[in-house]
Design a protein around this ligand. Structure first.
Ligand code: PLP
Length: 346
């Protein structure tokens, strides 16, 4: 069966034309013009003008980095906005459904709730791998999107490439691969396969490896057709001027960020080695991310003890398959030393 994107689009969105802002109607080509078309303040202070609604410079840099076209990219106010736009473009409230695989990132469920979309939850296997057959069995004609987080938060593992390809080939809806943690793994990105799968959407964020969680910048990579649909509904100025400037600055010199990633990976290995020596840590799950999930004897008690010694970790015990687990984000070498000292003192 051929993939039919337009069948998936919400009816009202099919009819929509995007809002045309002043900066859409006249795009500056850099020549010196008098801009009196947008009711802005004329007094220059760095942010008196509206930002580029299409974030052209940023998209050009990102496209070059991944050998794509700017038309394959949509930017949002964090990946949370990007994910919300996917719901709003493709999922009809009170009718459609999505599939998620707990334990995973909490926002898919939250966004499903906000958008009145049924969230069909298919637990991961005990190994934290996808249960592909169960996922395919739970699909019906109103299933619009499957959300896969790989590497997965909070478990840390990447899903099998064969499994994801099987889903891409056997599901006629959209598959979102959330690659928030892709910079911490040697697994290859699904960005390389966008050309092969018209139903694939890859999301990324500046919040983790790029060190810019405060900036709120998320990226969506997909076919030009999918991006064109998302562009119809995105708020015109959803990525502010300061965010665009900061992100551009960082992308023009990624040496520091790359050094930081390398350091985090070295630290991750070192911490894993030392956690293995701690008596109340029963299991250390393999990780492709900048965090480590461990199973302990009593997560509530250990969480409290660690907190009292000044370290805030994440207790993931309430998540399915994660009973008695704690999640540690890799910090600076100094912070990691503190974590290990605290853990060893219990
Ligand atoms: C942290 C995280 C994000 C980041 O979301 P932003 O809104 O871009 O900060 C996205 N997906 C997953 C799985 C995450 O863990």
């Amino acid at each position: 069966m051929k993939f039919d994107l337009y069948r998936l689009v919400r009816e009202n969105v099919r009819e929509l034309k995007p809002y045309s802002s002043a900066r859409d109607e006249y795009t500056s080509d850099g020549s010196k013009m008098v801009f009196i078309d947008a009711n802005e303040s004329p007094y220059s202070n760095g942010i008196n003008r509206y930002p580029d609604p299409q974030q052209r410079q940023l998209k050009t840099l990102l496209a070059k980095r991944f050998s794509l076209s700017p038309a394959n990219i949509l930017l949002g106010n964090g990946s949370d906005e990007v994910l919300d736009l996917i719901f709003r473009a493709f999922c009809e409230p009170h009718r459609d459904n999505i599939i998620t695989m707990p334990p995973t990132y909490g926002m898919y469920k939250v966004l499903a709730g906000i958008n009145a979309i049924e969230n069909r939850e298919i637990l991961l296997a005990e190994s934290f791998e996808l249960d592909v057959d169960k996922i395919l069995e739970s699909i019906n004609s109103n299933t619009k999107v499957i959300f896969l987080c790989s590497p997965n938060n909070p478990t840390g593992n990447s899903f099998s490439v064969t499994h994801i390809e099987y889903l891409l080939n056997n599901f006629q809806g959209l598959i979102v691969v959330d690659e928030a943690y892709i910079d911490f793994t040697t697994q290859s990105s699904w960005l390389n396969k966008l050309g092969r799968f018209p139903n694939l959407i890859v999301t990324r964020t500046f919040s983790k490896a790029y060190g810019m969680a405060g900036l709120r910048l998320g990226v969506c990579y997909a076919s030009e057709d999918i991006i064109a649909i998302l562009n119809r509904i995105k708020p015109p100025y959803n990525v502010n001027e300061l965010t665009q400037q900061k992100a551009l600055q960082m992308l023009q010199n990624t040496a520091l960020v790359e050094e930081q990633i390398t350091e985090i990976l070295v630290e991750r290995d070192r911490i894993v080695g030392q956690l293995a020596e701690i008596y109340y840590i029963k299991k250390i799950y393999p990780t492709d991310a900048n965090f480590i999930l461990v199973k302990v004897d009593d997560a509530d008690k250990r969480y409290q003890e660690i907190l009292e010694l000044g370290v805030v970790v994440r207790n993931r015990s309430t998540q399915p398959l994660c009973y008695n687990t704690l999640r540690f984000t890799i910090g600076t070498p100094e912070e990691n030393k503190t974590l290990l000292k605290v853990l060893n003192s219990l």
